[in-house]
Design a protein around this ligand. Structure first.
Ligand code: ADP
Ligand code: GLC
Length: 487
């Protein structure tokens, strides 16, 4: 019998994206439906979501909730593949321009607790019959934004509703959705849920903890991160709870949507190329140098970065290594947006090294493709990284990634050490210690390998031959679901 799954999330590519979460929610349900699962998605009714869906129609009136006025549930489909998407219509909450989480001054909206409580609550309402034509067997919540969905399912069950199983996927333990305890009363949860055995976290309400406590299963986006989050060093205060749930935790590596991220089909890049006919990559490099105002030099080793500019991503460490790249004749191109201090640091680096370092601040999907295609090496020196998608895209585009050995980066990139070159395993550059010596050592290995033409070509080709399919991930999720439903 078909398993019906409702994904609850805040972002979905191509409707709305601030990071990798959107790429996952944009790809996983489709891969699941190709395996015979009836996978649907529920999203907040942000303007970009409403604008991107076809055939939107009303499904149910959910009544007044969380002070959002009258909440309506609508259903549409996402072209071209037709994934069914439910939309929570509460314009007071969601009809705001710009970033889905932050106001114009880059501060979290003061009512984020109620805005995202509504998402979890609506998911639980769908699970308990809000759409008379469809009900999921499993609610699959993503990150803190949907973290209360499993809690509402339990609350509704207590009120007599049949049980629906739930899964939460942690895309990033660093974002927990914590709010003042005084807000708990507004969340429409039973009073006793505010407890250590519940949604309470060091005197606050934590949406992520709620999900981790009430969901039947927990997944995260790489095997290494699944282990890391159960340690004090990487558990962000939640390792104790996660340790108690160790048998319910699975690490499932994200995939790549190769219909979007593949240099053989990518219409946005200067020239298409494949692992066996890689000549187009030089054209992409030249076009990128041109576009970014870098010196037109095919021999300059070009390092690319496409990233949120946050503490997580380790770009302060990269800034400390910029002179090492430039002095060796290398170039650096950065696309990113985020912390003002990092934005300034990047701009200063570009000003200090005209023609060798170029920075574009902002979010630009097309430019992100041009950078991955045009770079010789893509850098992801993150302090921690649950999975990371840019290094997977970099592999597909023959730009060996340079990464810190942590989380999903450790699971997906193999260092070009002499042993790994000899064993035909190397796909990139991996450094172990998060310090200047670590990253500079990896940068030096990159220059050294580039000078050895045959080895360099072999690594590029091997990188392009790696496959991280969503089908494989969807099969692993199906096992998790099967453990819950028997289907
Ligand atoms: P995270 O989700 O932590 O940001 P991931 O590597 O999983 O990290 O995913 C990041 C996604 O966001 C990738 O698809 C990447 O290309 C994209 N991205 C990040 N910053 C930008 C930007 N400034 N412009 C365009 N795309 C970006
Ligand atoms: C998060 C993580 C990133 C992961 C993405 C998608 O934003 O930071 O590592 O790839 O989610 O799962």
């Amino acid at each position: 019998m078909t398993v019906c799954v409702l994904h609850a999330a805040a972002e979905m590519f191509p409707l709305l994206k601030t990071g990798g979460l959107a790429d996952v929610v944009g790809a996983l349900p489709l891969a699941q439906s190709q395996l015979g699962t009836d996978a649907r998605v529920v999203l907040p009714g942000f303007p970009a979501v409403l604008a991107g869906l076809a055939d939107l129609e009303p499904v149910a009136d959910l009544g007044g909730a969380f002070g959002a006025g009258n909440v309506r549930l609508e259903r549409g489909v996402l072209p071209p593949h037709g994934v069914v998407v439910y939309v929570v219509r509460a314009d007071v909450f969601y009809d705001r321009p710009g970033n889905p989480y932050l106001d114009a001054a880059h501060r979290p909206y003061a009512d984020n607790d109620r805005r995202f409580a509504l998402l979890g609550w609506a998911a639980a309402r769908i699970a308990t019959g809000a759409d008379p034509t469809w009900k999921p067997h499993i609610v699959h919540a993503h990150d803190w934004h949907a973290g209360l969905a499993p809690a509402y399912l339990r609350a509704f069950e207590r009120g007599g509703a049949p049980r629906t199983a739930s899964v939460i996927t942690v895309h990033n333990l660093a974002y927990q959705g914590t709010f003042a305890a005084s807000e708990f009363g507004a969340l429409q949860l039973p009073g006793d849920f505010y407890a250590v055995e519940g949604v309470e976290f060091y005197g606050l309400v934590s949406f992520l903890k709620a999900g981790l406590y009430y969901a039947d299963r927990i997944t995260t986006v790489s095997p290494t991160y699944a282990r890391e989050i159960q340690t004090q060093a990487h558990g962000a205060g939640l390792h104790g709870l996660l340790q108690t749930r160790t048998h319910d935790i699975t690490g499932i590596l994200n995939g790549v949507d190769y219909s979007i991220w593949s240099p053989s089909v990518d219409d946005s890049i200067a020239a298409k190329y494949t692992a066996s006919k890689v000549a187009g990559k030089s054209k992409c490099k030249a076009a990128l140098q041109e576009r970014m105002g870098l010196a037109r030099d095919d021999d300059a080793l070009l390092f690319g970065v496409v990233s949120r500019l946050t503490e997580q991503k380790g770009l302060d460490l990269l800034l400390s290594a910029v002179p090492d790249i430039v002095q060796r004749g290398g170039q650096l191109v950065v696309l990113g947006t985020g912390d003002p201090a990092l934005e300034t640091g990047m701009k200063n680096a570009a000003a200090a090294h005209p023609g060798a370092v170029a920075v574009e601040l902002g979010f630009d999907e097309t430019l992100s493709h041009l950078i991955i295609a045009g770079s010789d090496i893509v850098m992801v020196p993150s302090r921690f990284e649950p999975c990371g998608l840019t290094q997977l895209y970099a592999l597909a585009y023959g730009a060996p990634p340079l990464v810190h050995r942590v989380g999903g980066l450790a699971d997906t990139v193999v260092d070009s050490s002499l042993e790994n070159l000899a064993d035909e395993l190397a796909t990139g550059f991996v450094f172990d210690t998060f310090d200047r010596a670590g990253i500079v050592g990896a940068i030096r290995r990159a220059f050294a390998l580039k000078a050895r033409r045959t080895d360099w070509k072999a690594v590029v080709k091997r990188a392009m031959g790696q496959s991280f399919s969503w089908e494989a991930a969807a099969l692993r999720y199906a096992e998790v679901y099967q453990g819950l439903t028997g289907r």
